[in-house]
Design a protein around this ligand. Sequence first.
Ligand SMILES: Cc1cc2nc3c(=O)[nH]c(=O)nc-3n(C[C@H](O)[C@H](O)[C@H](O)COP(=O)(O)OP(=O)(O)OC[C@H]3O[C@@H](n4cnc5c(N)ncnc54)[C@H](O)[C@@H]3O)c2cc1C
Length: 459
Amino acid sequence: MKKVQVLVIGAGSAGRYAAREAARLGREVLIASTPPFGGLCILKGCMPSKALLRSAHELYAAKAELADLGIDHAGTFSFDLPAIIRMKNRMIAEMADSARGSIDGIPGITLVEEPVSFLTPETAQVGHQIVHFERAVIATGSLPKIPDIPGLTGKWTLTSDDVLELETLPESVIVLGAGPVGLELGQYLSMMGVKVTVVEISSRWNPDVDIRIEEGYLAALAKRGLTVHLGFRSEHFEESADRPVLHGKIGDKSLRLEADRVLCATGRRPDLDNLNPLAAEVHLSHHRAIRVDPWLRTSNPRIFAAGDVTGALPVLNLATYHGEIAGFNAASALPKKIEDRAVPTAIFSDPEFARVGLTELQAHALHIPTITGYLPFSDLGKAIVNRQTDGALKIVADKKTREILGAEMYGAGASDLIHLLTVAIGFSATIDQYQRILHIHPTMAEIVKYVVEEMTDSF
Ligand SMILES: Cc1cc2nc3c(=O)[nH]c(=O)nc-3n(C[C@H](O)[C@H](O)[C@H](O)COP(=O)(O)OP(=O)(O)OC[C@H]3O[C@@H](n4cnc5c(N)ncnc54)[C@H](O)[C@@H]3O)c2cc1C
């Protein structure tokens, strides 16, 4: 039987970080992952989706925005989807190679492309070998999930994986779910000419977010052709002329939606398909994710878990942070606890949505008195000259300590701008400290300064 000090299961983002951290601390690491190599972010997630969105956003801008900037063009714009998919595939192949290089051949790390299945609390089947491990890190990620709606059959359904490979587009698509995946891929399809209808069960798109931000964001998406039906309860699908028809209700009103295909974007499920966690005495949460404590330890003290498989917010920055902590704890006698950090997140639609830290409602739920500031992009010089006035920023600070607690925004560049507030929160900055920082004029970043000035002036 082969013996290893640390077995890392899954070589996605969390697994690669875990392996590097454990090796840095001097452990012999075996990292085993089901092929293809690369993980979700590179192969079927962040990167390919953003590559396709870039083409869609440029196409939309060319068709809908150039004339406003005084740029004339003769004829129409068209696109070659197989060429776009080839471009995306070349790019992700290069990224996967570079990710492989970040672990393969690093002293102390051995990579094998084999599935892992636990046999006992301290052994696992890795391909054809049985491996005894001192410590293990589970980082097997997540898989697309098909919602359980009566009549919904596989012949109509698309997952995000499928959309990223389509070389011919359907004429119309119903998108189930208005989360980041539904909105990004829904907008991609819509800007490429597909008739898209997004339905969302929740009556508020995001109940934590300021209603002005939510309504402004959804209106900006609708202006660009993507309408979201909130409070839509899907009842059943039926087939009509070989196409899916979705019957549902908003309040008491019945609705019938017909399309060629259905994109399921209602979330993903932890990937436990081959893992056999119970053989290792690793317990699951009631959402069937790997249950971990604040040290990312599972119910088996030898085994840690990181990333999407734990049911944590499924974003890359958390997966890599968790990977690093799990790898450290698997290799160290003095384990580190997960810190409650402000996690910035974004939706890469046009316009973008981004947030970090607490919203006003969340702060109030924690009984924190707040000061807030709000400014629409239509009051910002650079947004006006750029003709990008769809947007707004809201900042929340603690009324007593004046520390910045959170921010939420939509608008051009929101996914980058939010880092100004993320840094401020990371350094526990107050609005008074932020207000003293000079910003270049005219820039989009100035909006943060203006909102903070409004907050410091008014109190
Ligand atoms: C369409 C889409 C767009 C996204 N866009 C963004 C974005 O813009 N920004 C962002 O922050 N996040 C985004 N995400 C989420 C982000 O990609 C994930 O949160 C992150 O990649 C998860 O990393 P992970 O390491 O936990 O899992 P993964 O990267 O999925 O890695 C798991 C690995 O484990 C392997 N594996 C599974 N089972 C076994 C087994 N039994 N044995 C061995 N190996 C196994 C898998 O093959 C895989 O390689 C997006 C997700 C999707 C679906």
